[in-house]
Design a protein. Structure first.
Length: 159
């Protein structure tokens, strides 16, 4: 898990400076556009919530809510469009369990890792790198609050 985070940081430091900023509200990467940081936030949020559910006793959070909160956090909206977009993307998609999600996001390079070893490493990462269950539960609660209290749309221009 730590190695994946280190690779992301190194990749962002080594990216060519000639790339222009990503358009956070579209999921297309145009020629010369930098990789979308929103995707990294989305993956990190999904993994954090999954870890909180699996190892810290957090109540289940639908992935659609995480998607909507991250999109709204990047200034995208309105919510009705985001929810319809998520539903359209998920049509025919394979349903993943929390364990599958953790395995795919955190241990993708080790597909055959035994469940006990995955549990051991995930618990060590939670305590050592992520601030413990209290931090994961706090973050998961913030997602729920952000979903319950959406930002106003359209956004007012910044001054």
């Amino acid at each position: 898990m730590r190695s994946a985070l280190i690779l992301v940081v190194l990749a962002s430091m080594l990216m060519p400076k000639a790339l222009h900023a990503a358009d956070y509200c579209d999921d297309k990467i145009e020629p010369g556009e930098s990789p979308d940081g929103k995707a990294m936030v989305m993956l990190g949020s999904m993994l954090s919530v999954a870890l909180a559910e699996r190892y810290c006793g957090a109540p289940p959070t639908p992935p659609s809510q995480i998607f909507v909160v991250v999109e709204e956090g990047h200034g995208c909206g309105p919510r009705a469009r985001l929810e319809a977009e998520y539903k359209k993307r998920m049509e025919g998609a394979e349903v993943m369990t929390t364990d599958d999600l953790i395995r795919n996001l955190a241990f993708d390079d080790e597909k055959d890792i035994p469940q006990a070893e995955m549990d051991r490493r995930a618990k060590a990462a939670i305590e050592g790198e992520l601030g413990g269950c209290s931090e994961l539960l706090k973050m998961q609660q913030q997602f729920l609050e952000s979903y319950r209290n959406p930002p106003k749309w359209p956004h007012e221009p910044e001054k």
